[in-house]
Design a protein around this ligand. Structure first.
Ligand SMILES: NC(=O)c1ccc[n+]([C@@H]2O[C@H](COP(=O)([O-])OP(=O)(O)OC[C@H]3O[C@@H](n4cnc5c(N)ncnc54)[C@H](OP(=O)(O)O)[C@@H]3O)[C@@H](O)[C@H]2O)c1
Length: 277
């Protein structure tokens, strides 16, 4: 069983989840069904991943009761107007064939358009109306967070940001701790720049008889973050979930955090961040 955290709205979130980008088509359905079968309960999708139908289909095929799953989707940057945000969320629910989302995030602040405050008010109302249970954001800076909290009095439950050993987000984690926001980590393994051969990771893997990826995901958990690794491979899905049977020592956690590079940015180079979002 995956442990859970209590969010600032009193609801629970699994301590790790499954990323679904870019899983699509029949292969995508098979990969997500396999992940649910493996034991993942948190599924991370988005309008922009164009795979909400596949995720919905995998949920049906899995046979796992709806209430046992934690389904997250994300509002794209082009739907930040209040009415657009409401309509977009209803369309997500239709594609997923669900009555509610467990968590809905503003995918990114789209600051040049500057309507993320309007989008946040729409999410607050969607929660009031029961279409979404918890609401949060993604790729928000301290300034964006402060603005929506000041405007509405509602603090996001989660900020999903790029976070991995080369980009440990020390400052944003401090901001989240101060505000009572749970950090969720995208590209939690580091994706293309995964630090699987770094001595800090390899040494800990040897010491605990686990793989480098398990060390990195365990490091995420010990920082209090919710990692959402994606894998289309069943063996890796199993391994990425098997991270609750060992503890890294404090100096091992510190050595991995010290891999952080000064050139990190809040926005990574992922296709998730094209302007048209
Ligand atoms: N909010 C945002 O802006 C944003 C941006 C990017 C991503 N995300 C979310 O975060 C999720 C995860 O991020 P991500 O997919 O970029 O990065 P990631 O999960 O860190 O890395 C995924 C890559 O690592 C490989 N992999 C997975 N497990 C492995 C293991 N045990 N050993 C070796 N390689 C392994 C996968 O290959 P195989 O599939 O072949 O195993 C895949 O190529 C996405 O799916 C998406 O849901 C959100």
């Amino acid at each position: 069983m995956v442990p859970t955290y209590t969010l600032n709205d009193g609801r629970s979130i699994p301590a790790t989840g499954f990323g679904t980008y870019p899983l699509r088509g029949e292969e995508g359905v098979a990969a997500v069904t396999s992940a649910i079968d493996t034991g993942y309960r948190l599924l991370d999708t988005a309008v922009n991943y164009e795979n909400e139908r596949e995720v919905g289909e995998a949920i049906k095929r899995s046979g796992v009761p709806r209430e046992d799953l934690f389904v997250t989707s994300k509002l794209p940057g082009r739907h930040h107007g209040y009415d657009d945000a409401i309509a977009s969320t209803r369309e997500s629910l239709e594609r997923l064939d669900l009555d509610y989302l467990d968590l809905h995030l503003i995918h990114w602040p789209n600051p040049s358009v500057g309507k993320y405050g309007e989008a946040w008010r729409a999410l607050v109302d969607l929660r009031r109306d029961g279409l979404v249970r918890s609401i949060g954001v993604s790729n928000f800076t301290q300034e964006h967070l402060t603005r929506i909290i000041d405007e509405t009095g509602v603090t996001p439950t989660v900020n999903q940001i790029e976070l991995h050993p080369f980009f440990p987000q020390v400052e944003m984690r401090r901001v989240h701790d101060e505000l009572g926001i749970r950090t969720e980590s995208w590209s939690p393994l580091g994706k293309r720049q995964a630090p699987f051969t770094e001595p800090a990771v390899v040494d800990a893997a040897k010491a605990h008889d686990v793989s480098p990826s398990q060390v990195i995901l365990r490091w995420q958990v010990q920082l209090g973050c919710v990692p959402i690794p994606k894998s289309s491979t069943r063996d890796r899905q199993v391994a990425n979930l098997d991270i609750f049977g060992f503890d890294l020592a404090a100096d091992e956690v510190e050595a991995i955090t010290a891999l952080g590079r000064a050139d990190g940015r809040l926005f990574g180079g992922d296709p998730d961040h094209h302007e048209e979002m």
